[in-house]
Design a protein around this ligand. Sequence first.
Ligand code: ADP
Length: 388
Amino acid sequence: MTTTNNTNNNNNNNEDIPANANTECVGPSSESAGKASACAGCPNQSACASGSLRSPEAIAAAELETAQLQSSLSAVSHTVLVLSGKGGVGKSTVAAQLAHTLAAQGYAVGLLDVDLCGPSAPRMMLGSTQQQVQQTIHKNGSGLWMPVYAHNSTNNNNIAVVSISFLLQDRDQAVIWRGPRKNALIQQFLAQVDWTGETDGLDYLIVDTPPGTSDEHISTVQYLQKAGDTALSGAIVVTTPEEASLSDVRKELSFCQKTGVRVLGVVENMGTLETKLDQLRFVSKENGKDDTERVLQLLREKCPEVLDDYTVTSDLFTVNPGGTEQMANAYQCEFWGSLPLDPLLLKACEEGQCFVEQAASDPNNKAAVTLKDFCKRLTTVCPVDMSE
Ligand code: ADP
């Protein structure tokens, strides 16, 4: 039987804990299995109370699950979760652009989208071609899912993408699933995907999670930890700088502490807006009319250097300057920096493109510089041997 992992920190036995158990699981062989306060709400509560999880069949099933997880994840060097306390703060953007940038640097990358109710990975990795690949995900001869592959400009097919969206008849369909069904799909995505695929394994598997600390997070972490001590390299935590997001991110950091997930870095997003003057719209105060063309023409004639030499920035969240870094310090986590809000980054995400490559002609683009720095930090803290 496999030993338990540090997710279940109340458990003192060396017994196998179901991957979908509550975080404080006492273990199925414990005297208080199914009856302890930590069992409340656990999907295994009645099975534990009845002792059925100790049956030889249940033990064999758990061992098979562990073996499948280990086999699938053995093709991956580093699995990294991208977490956020709140929705809309740019978690999927960071996950997708890290995947694109690492792939552009020559790494074999996977993006696993376990945000089952709001999957963004297909759009952000494949752009409009995601419609063509709808339902093209299929199982190979060994019964393992084959990822859908995204191209980048320098390396073909080195981004493997798996998302629930590929399985839906209609990608606009809502996924209205309860916890156990979501857990089962996450288990399949982690244990039954052939990450070897077209890339001969992955250097980095980036996992885009839903916002918050829900069932999906607990399951993902527990399945990964069940695959072994090194199966999960850590998490990148994304927040915007306002207190409404920071307070939710503190819960995320506390979740990481409780579940033994190493926080690799805290990333601030959208603190500053950064753009070019000619990307702004100029609206007349007098009549509300869009006078952009006229204003830009005036600038071109009278002071072209303002258009050519300057970037326009604006701090969107002035209420809490430095708040993200302070929070990261308070949790003894590394602060990786602040990714500005850049309309061209949004466009790249909509088109499924690598922003860093698109912005290559502008070496001073802050968002591109920051994304490259995030990748450098990630590849430093989670190194892979690129010599082969
Ligand atoms: P989450 O995954 O946290 O819900 P998303 O990554 O989907 O958030 O981001 C929400 C929206 O904001 C998307 O349209 C995305 O392209 C945009 N966005 C996120 N971060 C940035 C940024 N730094 N610059 C421009 N647009 C951004």
